[in-house]
Design a protein around this ligand. Structure first.
Ligand code: BES
Ligand code: MN
Ligand code: ZN
Length: 501
């Protein structure tokens, strides 16, 4: 037990420290101690300053979005700095909040590659339609997310020296308030990334539950259903997936009741490792990626963290279905018939189609116990989705046009995009079993039949399923992402929830 709680504490320590390669503060005045001046510039504004215009011309810098120019040992009036970094914003009237967060990413990469230590950031040259508090908050979000690292297992890493960034602000109070809000979002993403990056001997159902319990400190209600409670509730599908592992399954529920309206429900797939079970995954690289098969649950926990930390005026319940899909003499077998919480019997055609089984029970439980206004689930559910959409989009499946429109819009806003794929009863014959009510795979084993399987466990609540297989891990540092866990879904779900008030 001691070991477990130490791990939980360490992970939390890690997740706050890792967002802190930079300490970012708003200030009303120019910091005198700064060694570096960061100037955000657009092509037009650049030309109104003859000195900057001359330097830019000489260096072929056109203030294109995401381009930088470092001017070492600058002349007056910048002589007090060791360097001035011009950060191109492109046409500033056209900037969106997301594009500003990308500029934050540019800033982070540029600073991490330099000896800059104390940084003054000045965005006042920009003539953007975005209010200054929002602009500075998005920059800060991008700086923190793009400088994220997961280094708790590197024993020889030097401790990072924290660099200070001062954001020059003419609306200090509003900027500080907006920064506090967006920092809660950054923390939610970082929490999800840490959980995803943590290997299966660090995060398994019990240690994931410990992480969820931490949200009590933020005033959320956390309920844990252990194996006995799952049995009592009759959730035989979730139990079947978990029964092969020494590490028992859990359903953990985080409830943030920031308003008295009918709740929204978020349901996440939390397979802490997916061997495939007796339908063993045989491709080494696919198997290795299965430490991220709890990315849906991580996105739900990250979102709940954000909402609770923000004290958002919303009523949201997050359910995370946790299990390890293993091989052992107790594991479920192909051909087994199991009974889900809703009483339906399922013939196991393939033990590797485990995600839909744990999700089926969690969806049923969410609808029965919380009577939500809408249910959105998020899961690394199928390889078929990866083939169809890769990392470009999450697959979205829903019969509810309103939910489809809302999630599409939220995805565009935060650039965690979703693309609708079919969810249609036309495919139901594929899920018919000779000996049970349902089979756990369709004959075409696709993302759509998986979604249709899930739909069988929601009766009359507006429901959308997000398949994020392919979105959970990034292969490079690109945009707001760093290599490894992306935390995909935290920004999307938070945006969706906050626009549903
Ligand atoms: N966790 C996998 C899906 C997955 C694959 C996620 C690749 C990320 C990358 C899921 O549990 C799975 O194994 N799905 C099978 C289902 C099939 C056996 C019907 C699949 O899609 O191959
Ligand atoms: Mn699987
Ligand atoms: Zn899986």
């Amino acid at each position: 037990m001691f070991r477990l709680s130490t791990l939980a504490a360490l992970l939390l320590a890690t997740y706050s420290a890792n967002a802190d390669q930079f300490a970012i503060k708003a200030s009303a005045n120019v910091a005198h101690s700064a060694d570096t001046l960061l100037l955000l510039v657009s092509p037009d504004q650049l030309n109104t300053n003859p000195q900057l215009a001359a330097i830019s011309k000489q260096e072929n810098f056109s203030a294109e979005h995401g381009k930088t120019l470092t001017w070492l040992a600058p002349a007056a009036p910048y002589a007090q700095y060791q360097r001035v970094v011009l950060v191109g914003a492109g046409e500033s009237e056209l900037l969106t909040p997301y594009q500003v967060s990308l500029l934050g990413s540019t800033v982070a990469h540029s600073l991490l590659n330099s000896a800059a230590h104390t940084i003054q950031l000045d965005s006042t040259l920009l003539q953007s339609a975005i209010a200054q508090p929002e602009l500075l908050a998005q920059l800060s979000h991008g700086i923190n997310l793009a400088s994220y690292t997961f280094n708790r297992y590197h024993t020889d890493d030097e401790p990072e020296k924290i660099r200070n960034i001062y954001l020059l602000s003419r609306e200090l109070t509003a900027t500080e308030q907006r920064l506090a809000q967006i920092n809660a979002l950054t923390e939610g993403v970082v929490l999800a990334r840490n959980l995803i990056n943590e290997p299966a001997n660090g995060i398994y159902p019990e240690t994931f539950v410990k992480q969820a319990l931490e949200l009590r400190k933020l005033g959320a209600k956390v309920t844990v259903l252990d194996q006995a409670a799952l049995k009592k509730a009759g959730m035989g599908a979730h139990l079947a997936v978990g029964q092969g592992s020494q590490r028992p399954p859990y359903l953990v529920i985080v409830h943030w009741e920031g308003s008295k309206q009918q709740p929204l429900a978020l349901v996440g797939k939390g397979i802490t490792f997916d061997t495939g079970g007796y339908n063993l995954k045989t491709q080494a690289d696919t198997l290795l990626r299965m430490t991220s098969d709890m990315a849906g649950a991580a996105a739900v926990l990250g979102t709940m963290h954000t909402l609770a930390k923000q004290k958002a005026p919303v009523n949201v319940v997050g359910l995370m279905a946790l299990a390890e899909n293993m091989i052992s003499d107790r594991a479920y077998l192909p051909g087994d018939v199991i009974t889900a919480g809703n009483g339906k019997t399922i013939e196991i055609i393939n033990t590797d189609a485990e995600g839909r089984l744990v999700m089926a029970d969690a969806l049923w439980y969410a609808e029965q116990n919380f009577k939500p206004r809408a249910i959105v689930d998020i899961a690394t559910l199928t390889g078929s989705k990866v083939t169809a959409l890769g990392a470009y989009y999450a697959g979205m499946f829903s019969k509810d046009e309103q939910l489809v429109a809302q999630l599409t819009q939220a995805g565009v806003t935060v650039q965690e995009k979703v693309w609708r794929l079919p969810l249609t009863d036309e495919m139901l014959p594929e899920l018919k079993s000779r000996i049970a009510d349902l089979r756990n795979t369709g004959s075409t084993t696709g993302a759509s039949t998986a979604a249709l399987f899930l739909q069988q466990f929601v009766t009359d609540t507006p429901f959308a399923h997000l398949d994020i297989a392919g979105n959970a891990l990034s292969s490079s540092n690109k945009g707001l992402h760093t290599e490894g866990g992306t935390g995909f879904g935290v920004r999307l779900l938070t945006e969706w929830v906050l626009t549903q008030q």
